[in-house]
Design a protein around this ligand. Structure first.
Ligand code: NAD
Ligand code: MG
Length: 406
Protein backbone atom coordinates (compact mmCIF):
# COMPACT_ATOMS: atom_id res chain seq x y z
CA UNK A 1 0.00 0.00 0.00
CA UNK A 2 1.31 3.44 -0.88
CA UNK A 3 0.36 6.46 1.19
CA UNK A 4 2.34 8.92 -0.87
CA UNK A 5 0.82 12.35 -1.09
CA UNK A 6 0.19 13.25 -4.75
CA UNK A 7 2.91 15.56 -5.97
CA UNK A 8 5.39 14.65 -3.22
CA UNK A 9 8.77 13.42 -4.49
CA UNK A 10 9.15 9.62 -4.48
CA UNK A 11 12.63 9.66 -2.93
CA UNK A 12 13.99 12.21 -0.53
CA UNK A 13 17.55 12.30 0.67
CA UNK A 14 19.09 13.48 3.90
CA UNK A 15 21.04 16.74 3.76
CA UNK A 16 23.98 16.49 1.37
CA UNK A 17 22.41 13.40 -0.25
CA UNK A 18 25.30 11.38 1.20
CA UNK A 19 24.53 7.77 2.09
CA UNK A 20 25.19 7.20 5.83
CA UNK A 21 27.13 4.13 6.98
CA UNK A 22 25.40 2.28 9.85
CA UNK A 23 26.65 -0.30 12.36
CA UNK A 24 23.93 -2.33 14.08
CA UNK A 25 25.15 -3.79 17.38
CA UNK A 26 22.83 -6.52 18.66
CA UNK A 27 21.37 -7.00 15.18
CA UNK A 28 19.71 -10.33 16.04
CA UNK A 29 17.57 -8.95 18.88
CA UNK A 30 14.18 -7.29 18.93
CA UNK A 31 15.46 -3.75 18.27
CA UNK A 32 18.25 -5.01 15.98
CA UNK A 33 15.84 -6.82 13.65
CA UNK A 34 13.47 -3.84 13.78
CA UNK A 35 16.34 -1.56 12.75
CA UNK A 36 17.21 -3.83 9.83
CA UNK A 37 13.57 -3.77 8.65
CA UNK A 38 13.73 0.03 8.62
CA UNK A 39 17.16 0.09 6.96
CA UNK A 40 15.96 -2.32 4.27
CA UNK A 41 13.29 0.22 3.25
CA UNK A 42 15.75 3.11 3.46
CA UNK A 43 18.55 1.76 1.28
CA UNK A 44 18.60 5.06 -0.67
CA UNK A 45 19.88 6.86 2.45
CA UNK A 46 21.69 4.25 4.58
CA UNK A 47 24.21 1.46 4.02
CA UNK A 48 24.74 -1.30 6.60
CA UNK A 49 28.51 -1.42 7.20
CA UNK A 50 28.66 -3.61 10.29
CA UNK A 51 26.56 -6.15 12.18
CA UNK A 52 27.27 -7.78 15.55
CA UNK A 53 25.43 -10.35 17.65
CA UNK A 54 26.03 -12.31 20.81
CA UNK A 55 25.58 -15.94 19.76
CA UNK A 56 22.90 -16.39 17.08
CA UNK A 57 25.33 -17.12 14.21
CA UNK A 58 22.58 -18.52 12.00
CA UNK A 59 20.45 -15.37 11.98
CA UNK A 60 23.56 -13.18 11.76
CA UNK A 61 24.69 -15.06 8.67
CA UNK A 62 21.28 -14.59 7.10
CA UNK A 63 21.42 -10.83 7.85
CA UNK A 64 24.98 -10.60 6.49
CA UNK A 65 23.74 -12.26 3.29
CA UNK A 66 20.98 -9.65 2.91
CA UNK A 67 23.03 -6.53 3.67
CA UNK A 68 26.63 -7.51 2.72
CA UNK A 69 28.26 -5.46 5.50
CA UNK A 70 32.03 -5.01 5.34
CA UNK A 71 32.30 -6.15 8.97
CA UNK A 72 30.56 -8.91 10.95
CA UNK A 73 31.26 -9.61 14.63
CA UNK A 74 30.13 -12.41 16.92
CA UNK A 75 30.69 -12.09 20.67
CA UNK A 76 30.47 -15.72 21.70
CA UNK A 77 33.11 -18.12 20.49
CA UNK A 78 31.59 -21.50 19.71
CA UNK A 79 29.89 -23.26 16.83
CA UNK A 80 30.63 -22.59 13.20
CA UNK A 81 30.82 -19.23 11.46
CA UNK A 82 32.41 -17.80 8.31
CA UNK A 83 36.20 -17.33 8.48
CA UNK A 84 36.06 -13.58 7.82
CA UNK A 85 34.00 -12.79 10.94
CA UNK A 86 35.68 -11.30 14.01
CA UNK A 87 34.87 -13.28 17.16
CA UNK A 88 35.05 -12.03 20.75
CA UNK A 89 33.59 -9.20 22.84
CA UNK A 90 35.98 -6.62 21.32
CA UNK A 91 33.98 -6.80 18.06
CA UNK A 92 31.48 -4.29 19.51
CA UNK A 93 34.04 -1.48 19.84
CA UNK A 94 35.65 -2.35 16.49
CA UNK A 95 32.29 -2.19 14.70
CA UNK A 96 31.35 1.03 16.52
CA UNK A 97 34.52 2.85 15.45
CA UNK A 98 34.92 1.79 11.81
CA UNK A 99 35.84 4.90 9.76
CA UNK A 100 33.01 4.32 7.27
CA UNK A 101 30.37 4.22 10.02
CA UNK A 102 28.40 7.44 10.68
CA UNK A 103 25.67 6.00 12.92
CA UNK A 104 25.93 3.24 15.51
CA UNK A 105 22.60 1.64 16.39
CA UNK A 106 23.33 0.27 19.87
CA UNK A 107 20.71 -2.44 20.35
CA UNK A 108 22.74 -4.58 22.74
CA UNK A 109 20.97 -5.47 25.98
CA UNK A 110 22.59 -4.55 29.29
CA UNK A 111 25.75 -2.82 30.50
CA UNK A 112 27.67 -4.96 27.96
CA UNK A 113 26.89 -2.17 25.47
CA UNK A 114 28.70 0.56 27.42
CA UNK A 115 32.20 0.44 25.93
CA UNK A 116 30.85 0.55 22.37
CA UNK A 117 28.75 3.64 23.21
CA UNK A 118 31.77 5.38 24.74
CA UNK A 119 34.07 4.45 21.83
CA UNK A 120 31.56 5.58 19.19
CA UNK A 121 31.00 8.94 20.90
CA UNK A 122 34.74 9.51 21.28
CA UNK A 123 35.12 8.76 17.55
CA UNK A 124 32.52 11.45 16.76
CA UNK A 125 29.71 9.11 15.67
CA UNK A 126 25.99 9.41 16.19
CA UNK A 127 24.78 6.71 18.57
CA UNK A 128 21.15 5.74 17.98
CA UNK A 129 20.79 4.46 21.52
CA UNK A 130 18.39 1.70 22.46
CA UNK A 131 20.83 0.39 25.06
CA UNK A 132 19.59 2.58 27.93
CA UNK A 133 21.56 0.55 30.50
CA UNK A 134 24.81 2.18 29.32
CA UNK A 135 23.51 5.69 30.00
CA UNK A 136 22.23 4.58 33.41
CA UNK A 137 25.50 2.86 34.34
CA UNK A 138 27.76 5.71 33.25
CA UNK A 139 25.69 8.81 32.49
CA UNK A 140 28.49 11.24 33.37
CA UNK A 141 31.16 9.35 31.39
CA UNK A 142 28.89 8.98 28.37
CA UNK A 143 28.06 12.70 28.40
CA UNK A 144 31.76 13.57 28.72
CA UNK A 145 32.67 11.20 25.86
CA UNK A 146 30.14 12.92 23.59
CA UNK A 147 31.52 16.35 24.49
CA UNK A 148 35.17 15.39 24.01
CA UNK A 149 34.73 13.35 20.82
CA UNK A 150 32.01 15.37 19.12
CA UNK A 151 29.63 12.42 18.95
CA UNK A 152 25.93 12.62 19.81
CA UNK A 153 23.31 10.37 21.31
CA UNK A 154 19.91 10.20 19.67
CA UNK A 155 17.52 8.05 21.69
CA UNK A 156 15.68 5.08 20.23
CA UNK A 157 13.61 4.52 23.38
CA UNK A 158 10.10 5.60 22.38
CA UNK A 159 9.57 7.92 25.37
CA UNK A 160 12.83 9.77 24.79
CA UNK A 161 12.29 9.95 21.05
CA UNK A 162 8.92 11.53 21.87
CA UNK A 163 10.53 14.10 24.17
CA UNK A 164 13.20 14.92 21.61
CA UNK A 165 10.55 15.43 18.93
CA UNK A 166 8.45 17.64 21.23
CA UNK A 167 11.47 19.71 22.24
CA UNK A 168 12.72 20.48 18.76
CA UNK A 169 15.54 22.95 19.15
CA UNK A 170 14.22 24.51 22.37
CA UNK A 171 16.69 24.62 25.29
CA UNK A 172 16.31 22.57 28.49
CA UNK A 173 15.58 25.83 30.32
CA UNK A 174 12.20 25.92 28.51
CA UNK A 175 11.14 22.65 30.17
CA UNK A 176 9.04 22.72 33.33
CA UNK A 177 8.36 18.96 33.51
CA UNK A 178 8.85 15.75 31.59
CA UNK A 179 6.05 13.20 32.02
CA UNK A 180 7.09 9.74 30.83
CA UNK A 181 4.30 7.33 29.98
CA UNK A 182 4.45 3.70 31.14
CA UNK A 183 2.20 0.94 29.84
CA UNK A 184 2.01 -0.49 33.35
CA UNK A 185 3.14 -3.87 32.00
CA UNK A 186 1.31 -7.18 32.37
CA UNK A 187 0.75 -6.70 36.13
CA UNK A 188 -0.97 -3.32 36.08
CA UNK A 189 -4.13 -4.57 37.77
CA UNK A 190 -2.53 -7.27 39.93
CA UNK A 191 -2.76 -7.23 43.73
CA UNK A 192 0.38 -7.38 45.88
CA UNK A 193 -0.39 -11.03 46.72
CA UNK A 194 -0.71 -11.93 43.06
CA UNK A 195 2.59 -10.14 42.33
CA UNK A 196 4.36 -12.33 44.93
CA UNK A 197 3.31 -15.40 42.93
CA UNK A 198 3.82 -14.05 39.37
CA UNK A 199 5.58 -16.56 37.11
CA UNK A 200 8.09 -16.06 34.29
CA UNK A 201 5.37 -16.79 31.73
CA UNK A 202 3.11 -14.15 33.36
CA UNK A 203 5.92 -11.55 33.28
CA UNK A 204 6.74 -12.23 29.63
CA UNK A 205 3.16 -11.55 28.49
CA UNK A 206 3.45 -7.83 27.75
CA UNK A 207 0.14 -6.24 26.70
CA UNK A 208 1.35 -3.72 24.09
CA UNK A 209 5.02 -4.25 23.10
CA UNK A 210 6.87 -7.29 21.75
CA UNK A 211 10.45 -7.01 23.07
CA UNK A 212 13.45 -8.97 24.33
CA UNK A 213 13.02 -10.95 27.56
CA UNK A 214 15.07 -8.68 29.83
CA UNK A 215 13.24 -5.44 28.99
CA UNK A 216 9.91 -7.29 29.11
CA UNK A 217 10.59 -8.29 32.73
CA UNK A 218 11.82 -4.74 33.42
CA UNK A 219 8.47 -3.47 32.15
CA UNK A 220 6.66 -5.83 34.51
CA UNK A 221 8.64 -4.64 37.59
CA UNK A 222 8.69 -1.00 36.36
CA UNK A 223 12.50 -1.09 36.70
CA UNK A 224 12.39 -0.15 33.01
CA UNK A 225 10.69 3.14 33.85
CA UNK A 226 13.33 3.88 36.49
CA UNK A 227 16.04 3.26 33.88
CA UNK A 228 14.16 5.62 31.58
CA UNK A 229 13.87 8.38 34.18
CA UNK A 230 17.67 8.26 34.64
CA UNK A 231 18.10 8.10 30.85
CA UNK A 232 15.91 11.22 30.45
CA UNK A 233 17.87 13.05 33.16
CA UNK A 234 21.14 12.57 31.26
CA UNK A 235 19.75 13.04 27.75
CA UNK A 236 17.84 16.26 28.40
CA UNK A 237 19.60 17.70 31.47
CA UNK A 238 16.39 17.87 33.50
CA UNK A 239 16.60 17.45 37.33
CA UNK A 240 14.91 14.40 38.83
CA UNK A 241 12.27 16.42 40.69
CA UNK A 242 10.92 17.54 37.32
CA UNK A 243 10.60 14.07 35.75
CA UNK A 244 7.36 12.19 36.44
CA UNK A 245 5.78 8.94 35.33
CA UNK A 246 2.14 8.25 34.46
CA UNK A 247 0.57 4.93 33.48
CA UNK A 248 -0.95 4.89 30.01
CA UNK A 249 -2.01 1.31 29.14
CA UNK A 250 -2.49 1.86 25.39
CA UNK A 251 1.15 2.99 24.73
CA UNK A 252 0.02 5.52 22.12
CA UNK A 253 1.08 8.77 23.82
CA UNK A 254 4.83 8.22 24.13
CA UNK A 255 5.50 11.08 26.60
CA UNK A 256 4.63 14.67 27.44
CA UNK A 257 6.77 17.80 27.71
CA UNK A 258 5.34 20.62 29.82
CA UNK A 259 6.99 23.95 29.04
CA UNK A 260 7.59 26.82 31.49
CA UNK A 261 4.59 28.73 30.11
CA UNK A 262 2.25 25.81 30.92
CA UNK A 263 1.80 24.55 27.37
CA UNK A 264 2.16 20.78 26.99
CA UNK A 265 3.27 18.87 23.89
CA UNK A 266 2.93 15.11 23.46
CA UNK A 267 4.05 12.81 20.67
CA UNK A 268 1.70 10.01 19.64
CA UNK A 269 1.91 6.98 17.38
CA UNK A 270 1.07 3.31 17.30
CA UNK A 271 3.33 1.19 19.51
CA UNK A 272 5.97 0.10 17.00
CA UNK A 273 9.69 0.70 17.51
CA UNK A 274 10.14 1.24 13.76
CA UNK A 275 9.07 4.86 14.24
CA UNK A 276 11.63 5.89 16.90
CA UNK A 277 14.36 3.82 15.18
CA UNK A 278 13.80 5.68 11.89
CA UNK A 279 13.74 9.03 13.65
CA UNK A 280 17.01 8.25 15.49
CA UNK A 281 18.60 7.63 12.08
CA UNK A 282 17.28 10.80 10.42
CA UNK A 283 17.02 13.38 13.28
CA UNK A 284 16.48 16.31 12.94
CA UNK A 285 15.33 15.58 9.39
CA UNK A 286 12.56 13.23 8.33
CA UNK A 287 12.37 10.74 5.49
CA UNK A 288 9.22 9.37 3.88
CA UNK A 289 8.45 5.83 5.04
CA UNK A 290 5.23 3.90 4.62
CA UNK A 291 6.21 0.73 6.44
CA UNK A 292 4.02 1.48 9.44
CA UNK A 293 0.20 1.50 9.12
CA UNK A 294 -1.27 5.02 9.27
CA UNK A 295 -2.23 6.41 12.67
CA UNK A 296 -5.96 6.30 13.34
CA UNK A 297 -7.12 8.16 16.46
CA UNK A 298 -10.43 6.27 16.48
CA UNK A 299 -8.74 2.85 16.45
CA UNK A 300 -6.31 4.08 19.11
CA UNK A 301 -9.03 5.32 21.45
CA UNK A 302 -9.86 5.40 24.27
CA UNK A 303 -6.61 6.81 25.64
CA UNK A 304 -6.48 6.59 29.43
CA UNK A 305 -4.03 7.63 32.16
CA UNK A 306 -3.55 6.42 35.74
CA UNK A 307 -1.27 7.11 38.70
CA UNK A 308 1.59 4.64 39.21
CA UNK A 309 1.06 2.22 42.15
CA UNK A 310 4.47 3.08 43.55
CA UNK A 311 4.15 0.97 46.72
CA UNK A 312 3.34 -2.20 44.75
CA UNK A 313 6.15 -1.78 42.20
CA UNK A 314 9.12 -0.82 44.42
CA UNK A 315 11.76 -1.12 41.67
CA UNK A 316 10.62 2.24 40.25
CA UNK A 317 11.20 4.21 43.47
CA UNK A 318 14.46 2.34 44.12
CA UNK A 319 15.80 3.28 40.69
CA UNK A 320 14.68 6.90 40.94
CA UNK A 321 16.34 7.19 44.37
CA UNK A 322 19.52 5.65 42.91
CA UNK A 323 19.42 8.23 40.13
CA UNK A 324 19.07 11.07 42.63
CA UNK A 325 21.88 9.66 44.80
CA UNK A 326 24.21 9.59 41.78
CA UNK A 327 27.78 8.25 42.08
CA UNK A 328 27.86 4.48 41.72
CA UNK A 329 24.20 4.04 42.75
CA UNK A 330 22.67 3.99 39.24
CA UNK A 331 25.32 1.45 38.09
CA UNK A 332 24.56 -0.70 41.16
CA UNK A 333 20.82 -0.41 40.53
CA UNK A 334 21.30 -1.46 36.91
CA UNK A 335 23.69 -4.36 37.55
CA UNK A 336 21.65 -5.71 40.48
CA UNK A 337 18.56 -5.58 38.29
CA UNK A 338 20.28 -7.32 35.36
CA UNK A 339 21.48 -10.11 37.63
CA UNK A 340 18.16 -10.46 39.44
CA UNK A 341 16.22 -10.59 36.18
CA UNK A 342 18.58 -13.28 34.86
CA UNK A 343 17.98 -15.35 38.03
CA UNK A 344 14.22 -14.80 37.78
CA UNK A 345 14.25 -15.98 34.15
CA UNK A 346 16.18 -19.09 35.26
CA UNK A 347 13.57 -19.82 37.90
CA UNK A 348 16.00 -19.06 40.74
CA UNK A 349 14.30 -15.95 42.11
CA UNK A 350 10.69 -14.90 42.61
CA UNK A 351 9.23 -11.89 40.81
CA UNK A 352 8.97 -9.87 44.04
CA UNK A 353 12.53 -10.99 44.87
CA UNK A 354 13.89 -8.83 42.03
CA UNK A 355 13.13 -5.54 43.81
CA UNK A 356 14.25 -6.96 47.17
CA UNK A 357 17.59 -7.98 45.63
CA UNK A 358 18.07 -4.50 44.15
CA UNK A 359 17.28 -2.88 47.49
CA UNK A 360 19.75 -5.12 49.27
CA UNK A 361 22.54 -4.40 46.76
CA UNK A 362 21.96 -0.64 46.97
CA UNK A 363 21.91 -0.81 50.77
CA UNK A 364 25.16 -2.76 51.02
CA UNK A 365 27.23 -1.14 48.28
CA UNK A 366 26.10 2.49 48.28
CA UNK A 367 29.50 3.93 49.23
CA UNK A 368 31.47 2.51 46.29
CA UNK A 369 33.44 5.05 44.20
CA UNK A 370 32.30 6.00 40.68
CA UNK A 371 34.92 8.33 39.24
CA UNK A 372 35.95 6.40 36.14
CA UNK A 373 35.21 3.36 33.97
CA UNK A 374 37.24 1.03 36.23
CA UNK A 375 35.35 2.13 39.33
CA UNK A 376 32.00 1.64 37.60
CA UNK A 377 33.05 -1.79 36.38
CA UNK A 378 33.95 -2.72 39.97
CA UNK A 379 30.59 -1.45 41.24
CA UNK A 380 28.79 -3.42 38.51
CA UNK A 381 30.70 -6.61 39.37
CA UNK A 382 30.11 -6.18 43.11
CA UNK A 383 26.37 -5.66 42.61
CA UNK A 384 26.03 -8.80 40.48
CA UNK A 385 28.03 -10.83 43.00
CA UNK A 386 25.91 -9.48 45.87
CA UNK A 387 22.67 -10.52 44.16
CA UNK A 388 24.02 -13.97 43.24
CA UNK A 389 25.29 -14.63 46.76
CA UNK A 390 22.06 -13.52 48.35
CA UNK A 391 19.99 -15.65 45.95
CA UNK A 392 22.34 -18.61 46.39
CA UNK A 393 21.80 -18.49 50.13
CA UNK A 394 18.07 -18.16 49.74
CA UNK A 395 17.86 -20.88 47.11
CA UNK A 396 19.83 -23.16 49.46
CA UNK A 397 17.53 -22.27 52.34
CA UNK A 398 14.45 -22.71 50.16
CA UNK A 399 15.38 -26.36 49.58
CA UNK A 400 14.73 -26.81 53.29
CA UNK A 401 11.70 -24.51 53.50
CA UNK A 402 10.16 -25.50 50.17
CA UNK A 403 10.16 -21.86 48.98
CA UNK A 404 11.29 -20.56 45.59
CA UNK A 405 14.31 -18.35 46.29
CA UNK A 406 14.43 -14.84 47.69
P1 NAD B 1 17.11 -8.58 22.78
O1 NAD B 1 17.46 -9.50 23.89
O2 NAD B 1 15.99 -8.94 21.88
O3 NAD B 1 18.41 -8.37 21.86
C1 NAD B 1 19.66 -8.11 22.39
C2 NAD B 1 20.74 -8.12 21.33
O4 NAD B 1 22.01 -7.89 21.97
C3 NAD B 1 20.88 -9.45 20.59
O5 NAD B 1 21.24 -9.21 19.26
C4 NAD B 1 22.04 -10.15 21.30
O6 NAD B 1 22.76 -11.00 20.42
C5 NAD B 1 22.90 -8.97 21.72
N1 NAD B 1 23.61 -9.22 22.98
C6 NAD B 1 23.09 -9.76 24.13
N2 NAD B 1 24.05 -9.82 25.07
C7 NAD B 1 25.17 -9.31 24.53
C8 NAD B 1 26.48 -9.13 25.03
N3 NAD B 1 26.84 -9.48 26.28
N4 NAD B 1 27.39 -8.57 24.19
C9 NAD B 1 27.05 -8.22 22.95
N5 NAD B 1 25.83 -8.39 22.42
C10 NAD B 1 24.89 -8.93 23.21
O7 NAD B 1 16.87 -7.15 23.44
P2 NAD B 1 16.00 -5.93 22.87
O8 NAD B 1 14.61 -6.04 23.35
O9 NAD B 1 16.25 -5.75 21.41
O10 NAD B 1 16.65 -4.72 23.69
C11 NAD B 1 17.89 -4.17 23.33
C12 NAD B 1 18.08 -2.86 24.08
O11 NAD B 1 17.09 -1.94 23.61
C13 NAD B 1 17.88 -2.96 25.59
O12 NAD B 1 18.74 -2.06 26.22
C14 NAD B 1 16.45 -2.51 25.78
O13 NAD B 1 16.23 -1.96 27.08
C15 NAD B 1 16.32 -1.44 24.71
N6 NAD B 1 14.96 -1.18 24.24
C16 NAD B 1 14.25 -2.19 23.66
C17 NAD B 1 12.97 -1.94 23.21
C18 NAD B 1 12.19 -3.03 22.50
O14 NAD B 1 11.09 -2.74 22.01
N7 NAD B 1 12.68 -4.24 22.39
C19 NAD B 1 12.39 -0.68 23.37
C20 NAD B 1 13.14 0.32 23.98
C21 NAD B 1 14.44 0.06 24.40
MG1 MG C 1 10.72 2.87 26.53
Amino acid sequence: MSRRIPGAPAVRHLAGARIRGVAVLGSTGSIGTTALRVLERQRASFRVDALTAYGNALLLEDQAGRFSPAYVGLVQNGGTYPAEWQVGPECLVTAATLPSVDIVVNAVVGAAGLDATLAALRAGKRVALANKETLVTAGELVTAAATSGGGEIVPVDSEHSAILQCLGRRPASDIRRLILTASGGPFRGWSRDQLERATVADALRHPTWSMGRKITVDSATLANKALEVIEAHYLFGVPYDRIEVVVHPQSVVHSFVEFIDGNVLAQVGMPTMELPVLYALTHPERLPDDGVPPFDPVTASPLTFERVRVDDFPALALGMAAGRAGGAAPAIFNAANEQAVALFLEGLMTFAGIARAIESALGSLAGLPAGDRQALKAADTAARAHVRQRAGGAVGASAIQGGAGC
